[in-house]
Design a protein around this ligand. Sequence first.
Ligand code: PB1
Length: 324
Amino acid sequence: MYFPSYRMRRLRQTEQIRNLVHETDLLPDRLVYPMFVTHGENKRAEIQSMPGCYQQSISHLVEEAKEVRDLGIPAVLLFGIPAEKDDIGSGAYDEEGIIQMAVSALKEAVPELLVITDVCLCEYTSHGHCGIVRDGDVDNDLTLEMLAKMALSHAESGADIVAPSDMMDGRVAAIRSALDAEGLINTPIMSYAAKFASAFYGPFREAAESSPEFGDRRSYQMDYRNSDEAVREVLLDIEEGADMVMVKPALPYLDVIFRVKQETKFPLAAYNVSGEYAMIKAAAAAGWLDEKHAVLEAMTAMRRAGADVIITYHAKDVASWLGR
Ligand code: PB1
């Protein structure tokens, strides 16, 4: 069966034929929209390096969350910007903390929207690291206790899913046992299981005011040269009780997304991070890329690689382009 009796272009002739045989679906119900909520009243400030994304106080957050729901996007992922920070990030588990208050406001105003909370200390620590620092490095085991308290306070405020992004060893097991000990046996954990020490987080750190004051995150986030290690990290988190796993960033790691899905068959999220978003937005603003087509192609690539869920700042645009 070969040319000229077989012609591959027969199935590319028209939009109808191409749609009939297309292999990868992209739908709004696969998307999670990350949002930044800040302390205070009536605040809404666009993030310079992330056009269209905002640091906003709770009342504005709720309004935008209604738009997200109306677009058919099932979930938001919340990052908090507290009024104060300290060296152990104690604001992270404050029952009246910014995330705790935002979660209850969202669950009341938009109950059908899933609220996922990021569990990490970097937005709450004065030094900006993802844990408690002792002798110049993040102390893994001391940090576990804080993360468990933080995840518990989120779940008790009504969070539907908790998502530890800290990359401490053993944090999934620590959070699972803390939730179960308080009877929160049905709160799923979406673990940022294979999270790389990436240059593509720059804009986020501006948005969340969470840049490390000294050093970097390479003693806890993964080395981007390693793919076998990513599979080992994911398998460990599954062993510890993760309900969903994640690869982050996404586009520079499609090979890892593919491997993790193929080798684990576990529910898998890809996090299309701030730097990936900023690249496309900047190129589109300069007239170098067709934004809609570049974004839909990038989202489809993550799905084709095996991601079940895509966490992306493009979510609202994608959902409106898909017209559902
Ligand atoms: O969009 C992004 O860049 C996400 C950044 C990510 C949020 N979970 C982390 C990146 C970082 O600053 O190291 C925050 C770490 N908890």
